[in-house]
Design a protein around this ligand. Sequence first.
Ligand code: FAD
Ligand code: NAI
Length: 504
Amino acid sequence: FKWLRRFAYLSILGLVGGVAYDGYKDRHPDEQFPPDPQKKTLVVLGTGWGSVAFLKKLDTSNYNVIVISNRNYFLFTPLLPSCTTGQIEHRSIMEPVRQILRHKKAAVRFYEAEATQIDYERKVVKITDNSDIQGDVSETEVPYDMLVIGVGAENATFGIPGVREHSCFLKEIRDAQAIRTKIMDCVETAAFKDQTQEEVDRLLHMVVVGGGPTGVEFAGELRDFFDEDIKKLIPEIAPRFKVTLIEALPNVLPMFSKQLIDYTESTFKEEHIEIKTKTMVKRVTDKTVEAEVTGPDGKKSMVTIPYGLLVWATGNAVRPVVKDLMSRIPAQKDSRRGLAVNEYLVVQGTRDVWAVGDCAVAGYAPTAQVASQEGTFLAKLFNNMAMTETLENKIHELSAGLNLKPGNAAEVAQEIESAEKQLRRIKDIKPFQYSHQGSLAYIGSEKAVADVAWLNGNLATGGKLTYLFWRSIYLSMCFSTRNRVLVAMDWIKAKIYGRDVSRE
Ligand code: FAD
Ligand code: NAI
């Protein structure tokens, strides 16, 4: 027992020491080389999963690197649904990009701006500062020698009337904040003195459109928030609170195995989350959703569903800057979902332009897993390209020297041979291949579903243990120790004190 206690003390001490050391290293990074404008200018667009994975592995001393993004942080999207209810505070899943870049060997320039146009013939990117505070210059051009596009995707609305005006999306931090505020606004308005019963039902009806993982995870988080916190504080509205998930296809979570789809649907039933499948939303007004329902006999009918909060999660659409670039490249004319890239992630029909993540079409699903593997692959490619150039120059110089100093011929020839060998090895880089590690989703009531790669096969599992697995995976995947500590503290805080129901 004494030894066990000593071990526990030592473990805690080790953990605290590790966190403190990490914090110290974070705030006292090594000196950086200044950016070298003599080197090729490499412009990176975006600070999401793809671009940040690329920057993390890139040897920045080989290029003059410039990063442009309309947000100056990396966002850990898998925990974004938890921010809509205050289970996790939004800053816990944000990592300042300047902090990330400060740790690179050679300094990197960062501009917080939106890339509005990419002129691939002139090799320039037009950028605009869209923030609230603007200086004398808010629009300019950035020339590049090499360009990596990682701007992600925007929310798909399929041109359905009323969606943009009346619904909330769930892609960015501001979306999660808006949802959090609106949930409590609906609840407090429903509790307003003399509110009509019909209006209470409408205000407390939370409708989620899209049964993909975003919609499912949000519906689960919302139900938890209500059952664990709101219901206890405002019991009089409890019987009227309702969550409905609308999906056009015959089932939710189409990318998961049949067994897990059934498990999710039965868990939702227990949690009183109504799933309306084969229901396609056609129009949205400020208080209702109009949808076409396909009955079991194949007959179609229209229904009108009143709502208090509407969250729209129907997948991805191409961003305007990418759409514009695609329209000007003849080789992209058949591509619909984003920039068609080859197996080395080069944008088809261009030179010196690469794309990663949700804005690129490489034949994989638009996920963080794919984006980060693509970013890492591309960084290796860029490190290799720089090394190739160095080795080629070295071989060239050595070969020239061979004629000048015939006395050292054997030594120089050996050096050339070794450089050539190294060059062959570096040049032999294999095309990008995605390695799928599995899919995970939270479904509420401290349950999760997981389809994971396991011993050359697939393991499909769901329940409370899977939830612990889900938590540990996402905690380990957080960008930094700081994020990990903050997320863990948020989980503990919510467990002890409950979620904060104040409306900001
Ligand atoms: P993003 O991460 O979206 O980054 C795009 C970047 O480009 C951002 O920094 C943005 O500010 C910037 N940008 C956009 N437009 C411009 C412009 N015009 N100029 C300059 N910069 C621009 N995937 C998983 O694998 N597992 C999960 O659990 C998971 N959970 C998710 C949960 C939610 C709620 C959501 C919305 C998505 C989730 N995903 C998950 C999907 C995953 O987040 C995306 O596939 C991933 O973010 C794609 O990475 P990306 O780098 O292509 O784009
Ligand atoms: P999605 O594309 O996965 O799902 C959108 C759903 O909306 C589809 O099932 C579609 O049939 C439905 N839909 C479309 N239009 C509709 C309409 N008018 N009415 C009713 N339903 C309609 O989108 P999602 O969930 O936003 O995910 C985007 C990407 O991010 C996916 O690749 C997903 O895998 C990934 N992601 C992964 C997560 C995870 O692994 N846990 C979590 C969240 C997202």
